[in-house]
Write a protein that binds this ligand. Structure first.
Ligand code: COA
Length: 431
């Protein structure tokens, strides 16, 4: 049957699309801007008609009515990484989460450890060959498509048709709904003097011709702003945002010197402004790939001089990073942090930077601590961590002894807390 006829046959309203759900289903929703608002709104409205539905997603951004402690027996969010909308349900305990390395979620799906029954995803309009592009959240969605009983796409004309391994054919799709609202947008964060100082420290250690992975959060973007005067940078990253687009426009990124996929930028999900989404549309320089490709440390490390920049919340004197919880209170998730720290460690000439302001909560709490707060979820281990950067400088930890690490870490803590940290280090026999 011609593809346009298949399209017409499969087109339903978002309310009608709920007929493809069964009690107990796991619905896989892509990362961030790839979440389909019409479908999730319709599910929210009809949630009391179902029992035991779980929504598994990284970085839920919009606060749909299904985020409701009164109706969790009907529909519950099970985060793969908490975002702004899902954080509260994780912290209050009526949501749940599945620990993971982002790169391994597709493998967990293939092996049946996560079992997608249904995929709900944003998609570009269909092309002349019958393909849709899942450019906003390619990530684990491609693996879920191969396993799901039902695939429901929300087709929106503002979703870019990107190149790469991010397409699905109409013949594979169960149902389609259409929407035309703007794609979720986020702006670049405000950069203060602390972020700027961290950005400068990192930029000083990045040579022309390096390949970059830029993590999620305010400071990685601040680093990007310090790199606009560099030359021939390349991009092999997880999230493509406006920061990377700014680097490209400044002429700093050419991708020419990349030793893996030269000439191409690689990413797995997109989150930024409408300019970013327009930039992604049929751009021959960009490829969107599943996360088991972009974040696999062995693949990413084929980029020589891979520089990875990721944020954390708290670091101890050995360099253990608690990037995803504050004590036992979940905040975000592991995401691709460990994937890219390990990739940089393996890359010839690679460097992994873990970045954080020295203090939190209006300069009342040191983020460099003798031991992590009780219950903290350790993200990057002492065995993987290398450069840790605050506004006061750079600690280089890989290959260093426990005692050397304590000295390096104290040197980048806020001057007001250094003597306290020294005292604690002595008690821990680290000095
Ligand atoms: N004690 C108490 N509160 C703390 C704290 C600490 N040690 N460290 C941070 N906080 C508070 C901050 O004050 C801030 O609160 P506020 O919003 O009320 O000011 C909040 O926690 C977030 O801290 P911040 O440094 O602003 O985080 P961020 O927005 O830059 O995000 C994360 C950092 C969450 C993205 C990062 O830690 C993370 O999740 N990393 C793992 C994932 C990753 O790196 N992925 C990379 C591939 S994309």
């Amino acid at each position: 049957m011609p593809t346009h006829q298949q399209y017409a046959q499969k087109l339903v309203t978002s309310q009608e699309a709920m007929q493809f759900l069964r009690d107990g289903d796991v619905i896989i929703v892509p990362t961030a801007a790839g979440e389909p608002p019409s479908l999730l709104t319709a599910l929210s409205e009809q949630r009391r008609a179902f029992r035991g539905i779980k929504i598994a997603q990284i970085l839920a951004m919009r606060n749909y009515p299904y985020f409701d402690p009164e109706t969790v027996e009907h529909v519950q969010h099970v985060a793969l990484f908490f975002g702004g909308a899902s954080r509260l349900c994780g912290q209050a305990g009526w949501g749940d989460f599945i620990p993971n390395y982002f790169s391994e979620i597709p493998l967990m799906i293939e092996r049946g450890q996560i079992t997608p029954d249904v995929v709900f995803s944003m998609a570009s309009p269909m092309d002349e060959h019958g393909y849709f592009s899942l450019s906003l959240g390619t990530d684990y969605t491609m693996a879920a498509l191969a396993k799901a009983r039902a695939i429901v796409l929300e087709v929106n004309p503002h979703v870019p048709f990107a190149n790469g391994n991010c397409t699905v054919h109409i013949s594979q799709v169960t149902a389609l709904v259409e929407s035309d609202g703007p794609i979720l947008e986020v702006g670049l964060p405000k950069i203060g003097p602390v972020q700027e100082a961290i950005g400068k420290h990192v930029a000083d250690m990045i040579a022309d011709g390096s390949t970059l992975q830029i993590g999620y959060g305010g400071i990685p973007d601040a680093v990007v702003m310090q790199l606009t005067q560099k030359h021939d940078l390349g991009i092999h990253t997880e999230m493509i945002g406006d920061g990377i687009m700014t680097l490209l426009e400044s002429g700093a990124v050419t991708n020419r010197k990349k030793t893996h996929m030269p000439g191409k930028m690689v990413a797995t999900f997109a989150l930024g402004s409408r300019m970013l989404y327009a930039f992604m549309h049929r751009n021959p320089m960009l490829e969107m790939h599943p996360v088991n490709f972009t974040n696999d440390p062995y693949i990413a490390s084929q980029n020589d001089n891979l520089m990875t920049i990721n944020a954390t919340l708290q670091v101890d004197l050995l360099g253990q990073c608690g990037s995803e919880s504050i004590g036992d209170t979940p905040y975000s998730g592991t995401g691709g942090q460990v994937d890219f720290v390990r990739a940089a460690n393996r890359s010839r000439g690679g460097k992994s930077f873990i970045v954080l302001p020295s203090m939190a909560k209006s300069d009342t709490i040191s983020r460099i601590v003798p031991v992590l707060s009780p219950g903290t979820h350790v993200t990057t281990s002492k065995n993987d961590v290398n450069y840790v950067v605050t506004e006061f400088g750079v600690a280089q930890l890989r290959g260093k002894s426990a005692k050397q690490r304590a000295q390096e870490m104290i040197a980048i803590a806020h001057p007001d807390v250094r003597s306290e940290l020294r005292q604690a280090a002595r008690q821990m026999r680290l000095l």
